[in-house]
Write a protein that binds this ligand. Structure first.
Ligand code: AMP
Length: 436
C-alpha cells in the first residue's frame, strides 16, 4: 500500500467515527445545561499566538508545534524573502488560545458583560513521540469561561467536567480527580525559585531534559516520567507551603464547594499542568484502565493573564479539555460502548431489475418523509439483496415486483420478527412511519 495515515494519526472508521459524534453530542448536552455555547475556531493560527499563550519553554511550544506554510510562502522563503508574522502559522496544539483570541477579537465580553462561556470540539496536533494514548493528531472537546471572577466558577468547572465523564458512562470509582493551586504572580515566583534551588542541589540526579530546564521552567520536572526524577521531585518544596493568603483562601473555597457537591478529590501539590498560562486552581482527571502510562483523560484550570497576553487587557478565565482517543481506550477496556443509537432504515428490494426506477421513486418518497431508506445499486439477485439487508441491519424490507406495482400494495417484512405486513404504495411513507 503506497499511502498510509501519517505517523501518530488514525482513521476513525465505523463505530469509532460514530463514537466521536456521540462524544460531541454528549458534550453539547452537558455543557449547554450550564449555559455554554458552541464555537469553532481555525485549525491553524499564528504561531506566536500559541508560543505566547502556552509558554515558549513548554514542550508544546518548543518542540511539538506543526508549522503550516503555503507552497507560495515556501517558494518565497527559498528566494530569500522573510515571512511576515501572519504567514508564520501552526496547527493548533490545544483549543484555549484560539478561543481566547476569538473572544478578544469579537469583543465577546465587553465591560460589565456576563462571562463568555464557550465549548469546542475538534482535532489538535502535537508532534509527539506516538505511543498508546498519545498521538500526533487527537481530538478534544473543551470549554472556556472568560470573565467569571469568583472561586465558585472554578468549582462549577470541575463539577461540569466530572458530569461530562459520568455522561460518557465512566464509573466514578475508575476516576481520580487531582486538584492543586499553582498560585499567582505574587506567590508563584518565590515558589518557582524554591523549586529551582532544590533542583540545582539535586542536578546530578535529574535526567538531562530536567537538568536543561532548571533555569527556564523548573516546575516541568514534576511531570517527568523518569523514575529517578520522580523520586527526587517527591521531596521538592510543595506549592501549598508557598501560596499567598488570597490564593490559599480561594483554593479553600473551591474545595469547600466540591465538598458540598459531594465530589471526591485528591490534593496533589505536584500537579503542575503543561501550559504556562495556568494560575490558581488546576485539576486533572486520571484513570488507570486501558491507558498504559498515559493516565490523564482531561484537565484544566484557571488562568488570569492569558487574555492580557493575547489582547493587552486582563480578564480571568478558566477551562478544561478532554481527550477523545483516551476516553475510547478506557471505555473499550471497561466494555462500555459509546455509540449513537443507529437509525432504523427500510431496504427496498427489487424483484425485477427493470423496475429500478419505480423502486427509486419509493426510496425517495420515504426519504422525503424523513425515513431512512436504501436500495440495491449493484444489480444483485433478490436473494442477495435480502442478505445485504440482513447484514446492514435493515429494520424492514419492502419487495417491489410487477405484481406489487400492479396491485398497489407490497409487504413490509420485519427483519427481526419476520412478520409481514401489507402496505399500500400510495401511503407507503405514513405506513412505514407507523411500523418503525
Ligand atoms: P492538555 O491539552 O495537554 O491539557 O490535555 C488535555 C487532554 O487531552 C488530556 O488529558 C488527554 O486526554 C488529551 N491529550 C493531550 N495530548 C494528547 C495526545 N498527544 N494524544 C492523545 N490525547 C491527548
Amino acid at each position: 500500500m503506497r499511502y498510509k495515515a501519517p505517523k501518530g494519526t488514525q482513521d476513525l472508521i465505523f463505530d469509532r467515527a460514530g463514537a466521536w459524534l456521540e462524544f460531541v453530542a454528549r458534550a453539547n448536552e452537558v455543557f449547554s445545561a450550564y449555559g455554554y455555547e458552541p464555537i469553532q475556531t481555525p485549525i491553524f493560527e499564528s504561531t506566536e499566538l500559541f508560543t505566547r499563550s502556552v509558554g515558549e519553554t513548554s514542550d508544546v511550544a518548543s518542540k511539538e508545534l506543526f508549522s503550516v506554510r503555503s507552497m507560495g510562502a515556501m517558494q518565497a522563503m527559498r528566494e530569500g524573502a522573510t515571512l511576515k508574522g501572519d504567514q508564520v502559522l501552526s496547527l493548533r496544539p490545544e483549543g484555549t488560545a484560539g478561543v481566547v483570541r476569538a473572544i478578544a477579537e469579537h469583543v465577546l465580553v465587553p465591560q460589565g458583560a456576563a462571562p463568555a462561556k464557550l465549548w469546542y470540539a475538534g482535532p489538535m496536533f502535537r508532534a509527539e513521540r506516538p505511543q498508546k494514548g498519545r498521538y500526533r493528531e487527537f481530538r478534544q472537546v473543551g470549554v472556556e469561561c472568560l470573565g467569571a471572577t469568583e472561586p465558585i466558577a472554578d468549582a462549577e468547572m470541575i463539577i461540569m467536567c466530572m458530569r461530562f465523564f459520568a455522561a460518557l458512562g465512566i464509573p466514578a470509582e475508575q476516576m481520580t480527580l487531582l486538584i492543586n493551586s499553582m498560585g499567582d504572580e505574587s506567590c508563584r515566583p518565590a515558589y518557582t525559585q524554591a523549586v529551582r534551588d532544590y533542583e540545582a542541589e539535586h542536578a546530578d540526579e535529574l535526567c538531562d531534559e530536567c537538568k536543561r530546564r532548571i533555569d527556564a521552567n523548573p516546575l516541568r520536572s514534576f511531570d517527568c516520567k523518569n523514575e529517578t526524577c520522580k523520586r527526587v521531585m517527591d521531596d521538592a518544596p510543595r506549592f501549598s507551603d508557598y501560596l499567598c493568603e488570597s490564593c490559599s483562601d480561594r483554593f479553600e473555597q473551591v474545595k469547600s464547594c466540591l465538598d458540598a457537591a459531594g465530589i471526591p478529590y485528591v490534593e496533589d501539590s505536584r500537579l503542575v499542568r503543561g501550559f504556562d498560562y495556568y494560575t490558581g486552581t488546576v485539576f486533572e482527571v486520571q484513570v488507570t484502565a486501558g491507558l498504559g502510562t498515559q493516565t490523564a483523560i482531561g484537565g484544566g484550570g484557571h488562568y488570569d493573564k492569558l487574555m492580557g497576553e493575547i489582547s493587552g487587557k486582563d480578564l480571568p478565565g478558566l477551562g478544561f479539555a478532554v481527550g477523545f482517543e483516551r476516553i475510547l481506550l478506557v471505555l473499550e477496556e471497561l466494555g462500555i460502548e459509546l455509540a449513537p443509537e443507529s437509525r432504523p432504515f427500510v431496504y427496498v428490494a427489487l424483484a425485477d431489475a427493470a423496475l429500478a426506477e419505480d423502486a427509486f421513486a419509493i426510496v425517495q418518497a420515504l426519504r422525503d418523509a424523513g425515513i431512512a431508506a436504501q436500495m440495491d445499486m449493484q444489480g444483485r439477485s433478490l436473494k442477495s439483496q435480502f442478505k445485504v439487508a440482513g447484514k446492514t441491519r435493515a429494520a424492514y424490507v419492502l419487495v417491489i415486483g410487477p405484481d406489487e406495482l400492479a396491485s398497489g400494495t407490497c409487504t413490509a417484512r420485519n427483519m427481526n420478527t419476520h412478520e409481514e405486513t401489507p402496505v399500500s404504495l400510495d401511503t407507503i411513507a405514513e405506513d412505514m412511519a407507523r411500523l418503525l
